[in-house]
Write a protein that binds this ligand. Sequence first.
Ligand code: PMP
Length: 316
Amino acid sequence: DGGKFDAKDAAEEVLVVVVLKVLSVVMMIVYGQGLFEGLKAYRREGDSILLFRPEENALRMRMGAERMCMPSPTADQFVEAVKLTVLANKRWVPPQGKGSLYIRPLLMGSGAVLGLAPAPEYTFLIYVSPVGNYFKEGLAPINLVVENEFHRAAPGGTGGIKTIGNYASVLKAQSAAKAKGYSDVLYLDSVQKRYLEEVSSCNVFVVKGKTISTPAIKGTILPGITRKSIIDVARTQGFQVEERLVAVEELLDADEVFCTGTAVVVSPVGSITYLGKRISYGESGVGAVSQQLYSSLTSLQMGLTEDKMGWTMELK
Ligand code: PMP
C-alpha cells in the first residue's frame, strides 16, 4: 500500500493463508473426501525399475473421485507423477528379491468450505516406502474368521472404491480378530449375510478342482488389480474362473482358499473359522494352485519371466 510495508498486516495475511490451508485439509477429514491407492515398484536385474499396471490404479482413483464428487488428476498425470516419484527415489527400491518400493498416492478434497458440499479443489500427493517381501521364507498361510457382527460395505455405499472411511470402519472388527489370534476377517454381504465379500485389504478366491470362484464386483467390494490379474493368469493356465455370488457354505468343501492384493500378491488361507467351527485347508495350508499363481504373478512383476500380458512398465 503506497510502497509501505506493515509487518503486522503481512503477518496477519500469512496467518490467514495458513489457517485457510489447515482448513483445506480439515475439510477432507470432516466430510471424508479422501482416496488412496497402493502399488509397487520392483527392481529388475540390469537396474531398471518395473511398475505393475499403474494405469489401473489411475483409473480406479478416478472412478473413486467420481463417486466422491472430487476433482482428480487425469490418468496420464497420475502415472507421470508415480513415475517421477519412483525415479526420484530410485535408491530406495530394494535389490531384486529383497522386496519392493510401496507407492501410496493420496487424493484429498480441499478448499475453505464450511457447509456440507463437495470440495472445490484437491490436494494430490504420493509417498513411498521400501517394504520387504510379505512372506519372508516362502508362502505362509493366513487364518481368517468370518465376521458376523460388522459389515464392510452396504449396497449403494462406497465399498467399491478406495476411500479412507472404508478403512476406518474395518479397524474394530480387524483388531478384535487379531486379538483372538486370527490374521484378519472375512466379510459377508450385509443383506443376506450369506455371500462372501472380501478381507479388510484383499480379495478372496475359492478353489474346487479346476474351478476358481471369486465374488463378483457389484459395488460392495474393491475391484482389486491383483484380483483382475490373477483371473487372467488363471484362465491362461487352464482354470475355469467364475465371478459370481459365492456362498459361505462353499468354504466347507473347497480344496483351497486364497486372497489377492498388492501387499500379499497371492496369500494362501490355512483356515477359516465360521460360527465357531474351524475349516482347515491342506496339511501345510499352502495349496498347489495358490503356490502356482503366486509364483506366476511374482515372477512377472519382478521381470523374471516374459511379460506376455504387457502389464509391466519399465522405468530407467
Ligand atoms: N480389497 C480391499 C479392501 C483393499 O484395500 C485392497 C488393497 N488395495 C484389495 C482388495 C486388493 O486390491 P489390489 O489388488 O488392487 O491391491
